[in-house]
Design a protein around this ligand. Structure first.
Ligand SMILES: Cc1cc2nc3c(=O)[nH]c(=O)nc-3n(C[C@H](O)[C@H](O)[C@H](O)COP(=O)(O)O)c2cc1C
Length: 208
């Protein structure tokens, strides 16, 4: 069946995208506002899109014109943020930080989480998260008055020690991170435990 986006309501475009483009990794973004107040929220319009330069992107939909949620507004104002990744063990806490709190509420303590200082940027990282990417704003693409894509340059990455197999060669035990992804609807997620391996084929091997 064809769904022509030119004929669809905005909410239906959203439904079709989020129920088909799955699983999506979740950026659990920590920012500070100009008064130094801490903010955390999950964003699954998210991925790593370049390694040279190292760039991640986050899609933020605001609640009213000019607004791109506390996360986007803080990145606009300060230029710094930390993207933490979400493990199965922290999924419920991530969900608490998605509650529509005002900017005065610290979602990190609301969810019973703790933080550790970052190396390059002011916002801290979530201590319970197995991976954290320290980022600085590269560009914000304003799609319309309340939707923007934040592009961030990755300055450093923290990986929980037990998941680092060989630091010299940057070998990571990815399954040990036990990350989750967002699926369809308002509340479906997936674990990353159902894996299969498929080796790349070079042109010479294919011809044979
Ligand atoms: C798993 C998950 C993924 C989400 N992804 C997005 C997203 O990609 N874009 C967005 O605008 N909101 C997303 N949300 C909703 C925001 O997390 C929510 O609006 C939050 O209150 C924003 O907080 P902030 O104003 O502190 O940034 C998501 C929520 C959940 C639970």
């Amino acid at each position: 069946m064809l769904f022509d986006f030119a004929k669809l309501a905005v909410q239906d475009q959203y439904k079709l995208l989020v129920s088909t483009v799955v699983p999506r990794p979740i950026a659990w973004v920590v920012t500070l506002d100009l008064e130094g107040r801490l903010n955390a929220a999950p964003y699954s319009f998210f991925n790593a899109l370049s390694s040279n330069p190292p760039v991640i992107c986050i899609g933020i939909g605001g609640r009213k014109p000019g607004d791109i949620k506390d996360t986007g507004n803080n990145i606009r104002a300060t230029g710094q943020f930390v993207v933490n990744l979400v493990s199965a063990a922290t999924a419920e806490q991530m969900n608490i930080t998605a509650i529509d709190f005002g900017p005065e509420v610290n979602e990190i303590s609301e969810a019973g989480l703790t933080t550790l200082p970052s190396h390059h940027v002011k916002p801290p990282r979530i201590a319970e998260s197995p991976v954290a990417l320290e980022c600085e704003r590269l560009q914000i693409v304003e799609l319309n008055s309340d939707r923007a894509i934040v592009m961030g340059r990755v300055l450093a990455i923290h990986v929980r020690d037990d998941a680092v197999m060989d630091p010299e060669r940057c070998y990571i035990d990815t399954p040990a991170l036990d990350l989750v992804g967002r699926m369809h609807g308002a509340g479906w997620y997936t674990k990353t435990t159902d894996r299969f391996e498929m080796k790349r084929i070079d042109a010479a091997a294919w011809k044979k």
